[in-house]
Design a protein around this ligand. Sequence first.
Ligand code: AMP
Length: 450
Amino acid sequence: MTFQDLNLNTPLYNALDDLGFSSPTPIQEHAFNVVASGRDVIGIAQTGTGKTFAYMLPILKNLKFSKQENPRVLVLVPTRELVVQVVEEIEKLSKYINNRVLGVYGGTNINTQKQAVAQGLDILVATPGRLYDLAMSRVLQLKSIQKLVIDEVDIMLDLGFRHQLINIFDILPERRQSIMFSATMTQDVDLLIYDFFKNPERVSIAVSGTPLDNIKQNRYNVPNFYTKVNLLTALLQDEERFNKVLIFVAYKRMADRLFEQLDILFKEELCVIHSNKTQNYRLRSIEQFKEGHNRILIATDVMARGLDIDNVSHVINFDTPEYPENYMHRIGRTGRAERKGEALVFSTEKEQESITNIEHLMKMDIPVLELPDHIEISTELIEEERPQIKEHNNPTKRRDIDAPGPAFHEKIAKNKKENLGGSYKFKMAAKYKKPKTRGDKNYNKRNKKK
Ligand code: AMP
């Protein structure tokens, strides 16, 4: 496929020519028509796949020249570095288009940015916090936003920007196209889509479903969290074989919970990274793992992104990723640079469907290994594994244990008084001859004359 097939326009062709780009990348090819259609879009693609142009090409193609001051396109990204990068990319594409692009981010003088906004603009690229502050200051008007792009959503949510995003959704026009790009799908991302996207279309580049030949894959069926801990502990005893182990879990709380369990036996060899840890802690953990001082690293999908660590002997999927793409990303951390690697995945009964999806994507079955006899099967369940208590008539609402119960004392006599409502008022009015209604100044006069 060439860019000609996308039916762009001359200014865009010229810009692409100048850049020396001859054909669209797979995500650009797949996203173009969907984004151009105006529907809400969920794009799954990592940085480096050309995803910025995947949403900007169709947006720029359809953005008409306008003199109006308020921006019509808003791109939200998690970090200031990304603001700068995305602005640069848009400027490269807009070389022959007359449009105004501005990047704003926190940690710098807001007044300078206010002045820049006041000059008028078409496309605004921003971090969520600064965008909200500018909108609240009223210098920035968001009422003309037609397209909202949220880039690197998974990182944004992992960094704790959920509330800022919701606040921003609240002040954006209802009628708009929402487009999001994420490298991994997480529960948080799912929730956001569910709450704020209208019937979105999903585009993802076929994450190569062909795993590298040098990664040996196996799986275990394990009933629950604590039994998984028992199995993992037993495997990790073999220090020679499991000499550099990257363990994946889906979310932070699970990472901490697993860390707590493994810490008992593997204290000196263990580290963990997720977004609630400080940047310093994370860097130190990664360094220690890289250098081989720590043998075991626990990580969430989002935080493990971009990790460039060689010689990982094993990737252990402590849980089974719901999205097969995440599984491919995870196991790709081993077997790098032609070396042999092993990947294991633990699945409960509930996770069997995810295994099926992964096997479907790879078009191969992952051989199942029997749980060794000496592994103790735990019957204890963690919170997420316990059955949820559901109200009889409302299957989706969880019972609120903290809700205030009924009063446990008798009302005091004064509060037991009957509310006499209108008739009491009427009696009093008759007694004191007060105007029946406010403003009826002549009421008393009229009554006296009688
Ligand atoms: P991104 O995934 O958006 O961060 O893009 C990664 C890099 O690929 C950027 O430097 C882009 O300029 C470049 N790029 C984007 N589209 C293409 C293309 N069609 N052909 C070659 N390079 C591209």
